[in-house]
Design a protein. Structure first.
Length: 188
């Protein structure tokens, strides 16, 4: 892949999803749920369960049938929606800002993790074939990515709703580059 910097360039769909969710969080905080959903033509869903809104937003940001990198971002959003549905879904317009941020951070972490595993499956980095080693690498990467996602956004000292789209893009790229570099360190 040419190293972590080159690998991060393929994260465009995930950055687009992160930016879309970041903008949504910003708009919910400043304009309310219905107005925040209006640019996506989803304003009628404002009082619907959050999982239903996230699923509909997935279809807007990552339509079904796109390239693999877009499918990875789509899968991350749908996994987050399924988690919401399973954990006592609440109406989207009743989501407090911390819950909206958790949705955003969870989606980003899933997207980066899935992209890394996709690169690994594609042979971008060669790892030991030992099952225990592979499980250890997988667990380390998941923990690293989730921790970095939380740390980067917490360290910004700003609420998600106030972080500009370009800065969100930069955060996602930096986290992916760091995680890819860690994956390379595990490589043979």
């Amino acid at each position: 892949m040419g190293g972590s910097g080159a690998a991060a360039k393929v994260m465009a769909p995930s950055r687009r999803v992160a930016s879309g969710l970041g903008q949504l969080a910003n708009d919910v905080g400043t304009q309310g749920a219905a107005e925040a959903l209006r640019p996506f033509n989803l304003e009628s869903l404002a009082g619907s369960p959050a999982s239903q809104v996230l699923t509909a937003l997935t279809d807007v940001l990552c339509p079904d049938g796109g390239p693999i990198d877009e499918a990875i971002a789509r899968s991350a959003m749908l996994e987050t929606a399924a988690e919401l549905a399973a954990s006592g879904d609440v109406p989207f317009d009743a989501l407090p800002p911390p819950a909206l941020e958790a949705i955003f951070l969870g989606t980003i972490a899933r997207s980066i993790t899935a992209k890394l595993f996709n690169e690994l499956a594609g042979g971008a980095v060669k790892l030991s074939s030992d099952t225990a080693t592979l499980r250890s690498v997988e667990n380390t990467l998941r923990d690293y990515i989730q921790g970095k996602v939380n740390d980067v956004f917490t360290a910004s000292g700003r609420a998600l709703a106030s972080i500009p789209r370009a800065q969100i893009d930069s955060f996602v790229t930096a986290i992916y580059e760091g995680a890819f570099a860690l994956l390379e360190a595990f490589g043979e």
